[in-house]
Design a protein around this ligand. Sequence first.
Ligand code: ADP
Length: 485
Amino acid sequence: MSTQTETGIDTRLFIGGAFAEAEGGRTFENRDPWSGDVVSDVANASGADAKRAVEAAAEAFPEWSRTPPAVRQGIFLKAADVLESRQDEVVSMLARETGCTFGFGMFQMHFVPGLFRQAAALAYAPLGEVIPSDTGAFAMGIRRPVGVVGAIAPWNAALILSARSIAAPLVLGNTVVLKPSEWSPQVGGLLWGEVFAEAGLPPGVLNVVTHGPGEAQAIGDELIESPHVRRLNFTGSTATGRKLAEAAGRRLKRVVLELGGYNPLIVLADADLEYAVNATTFGAFLHQGQICMSARRIIVERSIADEFVARLAEKTSGLKAGDPSEHDTIIGPLINPDALATVQSRVDAAVSAGAKILAGGRAEGPCFQATLLADVPADSEFANEETFGPVAALQRFATEEEAVRIANDTPYGLSAYLYTRDVGRIWRIADGLDYGIVGINTGFVSTEVAPFGGMKESGIGREGSRYGIDEWLELKYLAMGGIDR
Ligand code: ADP
């Protein structure tokens, strides 16, 4: 079995500080979504491999949980430097493994070192409390790491989302088993084994278990069933998140879930139209619309709708789809043929039921054209399910109340966007939106320290730096009797 790709990232499991083959030497083919070529043969772990990873993490926990904050901080600062030194290789691997364009690859590559440096500061953040007592006891609340955290990460924004799934839990003194997606095993998983080993993370503190398509369950089961694993940190689809949360519930195991969204983008009549058109194409089509925060419903005030829609359709039609390694490509391939088929069939079904195509609408090789739909019937699958691709649907509204009602009319509540220059409308509408994240005149709402997460069926809990303190530490109550005893 080969252990290195052309990019140099190891292909074996990372357990207890060493790279090693999966049980029985099992591997799977990690394919390039643009060319279909095999990028690498990657270890295909079994439940037994996952168990070994959990045991390694459990063994490493007592010492790591008592490691001084300065040491944890230093490792994260070094990891940021190590990652930066591998920039070109990582951006090229993001394209090869996940079809990520150069622009979004560079964005991820700049984001994650910042995330690690913010996380480094977190090592000193967990303060305790002294609690007033009527009994004369000296009472304290102290925060302690929870144990092993199971991190399950997705393939989209593979670098950011896998990094976010491990950063706060680790720096706060927990040990981690990371299960990357089968569609990003190296750049969304094994890479971190290498980066953190070089940064000085002790063996067993981070473990990475990869697996082939459709084989997540055995590893997921181990993370749920093992008593060592005290928390699950999941980013992915609402369907999978629900399944994991149900199973974790039986074990009374806490989960943090960052799930899907059916995100609205509202354009009011007074918005700067040129800016709003550009921001909408960015918000809807960045990374081929395969971002949980992608704008999927464009809700436009009736009085400007004709002009806005014409300009948006023209801009959308001009977005180049193609090879993600070419720097001017805006729309790269979808992650795999099944994803492409799902997007095409949902668009076709919506059109057969009466929707109109204003731009795009077809596959182009492994890519799907940037697509705008109008008049999507309310009972179509497209109108009710998150369609993970570069397709947005237009709707019109007459009043502020109607805009908010349309925007909130979904079981999801991840992110919403609002374009207007009217301060009164900003506060009224932003306040009325049932979303965990609201971007006002910006589609770029992700910062390293934001309380990132959704309402309703978009998730539970918040990711992001200091907000992780509540998620990844146990608040423990200590009471000491009268001092005369
Ligand atoms: P997508 O369909 O976009 O890949 P998923 O929610 O299926 O979204 O994937 C997100 C993550 O969840 C991936 O790492 C995937 O392997 C993982 N996953 C999928 N099914 C399970 C499962 N039964 N147990 C644990 N993890 C799972």
